[in-house]
Design a protein around this ligand. Structure first.
Ligand code: ZN
Length: 246
């Protein structure tokens, strides 16, 4: 079985369309999403509609959660430009969209794999699994051998084998360990706001028979999204970072 995992679309419908075209070529058996459909970008409504039309199972991301909390922005401990974009997103969405975001699950468990947005460890909330200590904490709560996440916007591979410390390395296409006792958490990067210095959208394909992971990068029209960010009156920083991939 071929499973594609996408994440952190962040209301960037232009990048998402390019990724969906690449996915049509790849023709995976399943497409799963690790959350943050909205936030930062100028197309929140379109991106929710696209995920729903394709019937892509999706978990709750932190931006999805904040966007569903109308009038609660004083409680969010996030950067000012993120807050501005979330409050703007709320104004663009119907009650129906807000309800859809609110109902997203924190974890999906399908075909023997798990999908979370940040970490299996739910406290502190919305952890970034970027080092061995945070990976070790994640693996205490990860029930399946293979899981996928997003949140860091960087393709990363967290691994643990019995008797060895957990480690986190940049993700490249690779073969997975077959040892049942091992644990792997695959960070798939971001569709709509990559932060590893490569501005192309990213997603990951798992081949469950061959036990292989393939990282795919997809070009999209960054300038078009930057224009839409400006036209929406969103902070300029959010447009600049798309071409920098940071
Ligand atoms: Zn995100």
């Amino acid at each position: 079985m071929k499973i594609a995992v996408i994440s952190d679309i962040h209301a960037n419908a232009t990048a998402f369309e390019s990724v969906l075209r690449a996915l049509d070529e790849e023709a995976p058996d399943r497409i799963l999403c690790a959350g943050d459909v909205v936030g930062y970008g100028p197309h929140p409504r379109q991106c929710i509609e696209m995920v729903r039309q394709r019937g892509i199972p999706c978990v709750l991301g932190n931006h999805d959660e904040y966007t569903s909390q109308i009038g609660m922005q004083d409680l969010w401990q996030i950067r000012e430009e993120a807050k501005t974009s979330i409050v703007w997103s709320q104004s663009m969405l119907s009650d129906h969209h807000i309800q859809w975001l609110r109902n997203l699950p924190r974890m999906i468990d399908v075909e023997g794999i798990q999908i979370v947005h940040g970490s299996h460890a739910l406290w502190p909330p919305w952890r970034y699994v970027t080092n061995s200590a945070k990976a070790a904490q994640n693996f205490l709560f990860q029930g399946r051998q293979i899981a996928f996440n997003g949140h860091t916007h960087v393709p990363l591979l967290a691994m643990h084998r019995r008797g060895l410390p957990a480690q986190v390395i940049p993700l490249t296409s690779c073969r997975l360990p077959r040892n049942e006792a091992s644990r792997v958490l695959v960070g798939v990067g971001s569709v709509g706001q990559p932060r590893d210095g490569d501005c192309r959208a990213s997603f990951v394909l798992l081949d469950t028979e061959k036990s292989t992971l393939r990282l795919r990068r997809v070009e999209y029209d960054v300038a078009e999204v930057q224009n839409d960010i400006q036209a929406a009156g969103l902070p300029g920083k959010l447009a600049q970072r798309l071409s920098a991939g940071r």
